[in-house]
Design a protein around this ligand. Sequence first.
Ligand code: MN
Length: 330
Amino acid sequence: MTPVDVTPAVEVLEAAKSVTILCHIQPDADTVGSGLALAQVLRRRGVPVVVSFAEPAELPVSMRSLPGTELLVSPDRVPREVDVLVSVDCGAAGRLGALRDRLTGATTTLVIDHHRSNTRFGDVDVVDEAAESTAGVIARILDAWGEPIDRDIAHCLYAGLVTDTGSFKWVRAGSHALAERLLATGIDGATITRTLMDTHPFAWLPMLSRVLASAQLIPDAANGAGLVYAVVRREDTEAVRSEEVESVIDLIRTTAEAQVAAVFKESRVEPEHWTVSLRSHANDDGTPGVDVSRVGAALGGGGHRYAAGYSTAGPVSDLVANLLRELAHP
Ligand code: MN
């Protein structure tokens, strides 16, 4: 597969007079790291720039030590009109949440992403589904642009790279080369990773105990590939952060008897409103496994072949039935 041409992104950014960078709702370190890295480059070039995301109201605690957070503004402070609006790591306009309305006030919209399900909602779309992370796409754009990656920018890009590869478990050719380049700037990779991925409050342990007890295995789901799922109810999440809730899928998906894993996460504000994480993987013989990007998209969301999600509402039994029905499609 020939790599996606990043030149159109460079041309838009080179000519930009002012820039708004938007990250996706419920931001992860790939969207925030990518956004802050690009914002710091633009600031260095003297271009007015802000970064934002629609929800939640606060940046997740684990990301607060990223360089460039002073460029983050609350959604109400995102200008209505701007020369260039860049969305990073968003597969669809809906991932911008309430800030989606800013798309219409921009002279040019630029979408930088790596989601297989990307709907190409920008005037210019640089979507590289072969990239392991949006941070990796940003690195390629900076190289093509001739903008050096300094230590602070490397810190932000490393944050995206290490989280989207699950600490370098899901890597592609080039992932380690990028990591080596970023580490060579002097960043502390071990501390960045521990802060982002390997630090939880004690309350995580009793939460996991309750949630893992809800796990169910349906071996004949997905035409025999199998489904394992767990349910995170709102009362389970009172003492923990989004980071702890998001960690559950990484335990559930290790189940040997099921290729597909799902975690149903109840909203903290609206009872029986859920976001659903889906994971899958290749077959042991290397042939492609269940495409959860397709499943997520069919249920109103999207994502990557082996990592996707969607939002839904209703009792758990209905959610499971709907998911099983969609998984039964070949
Ligand atoms: Mn990503």
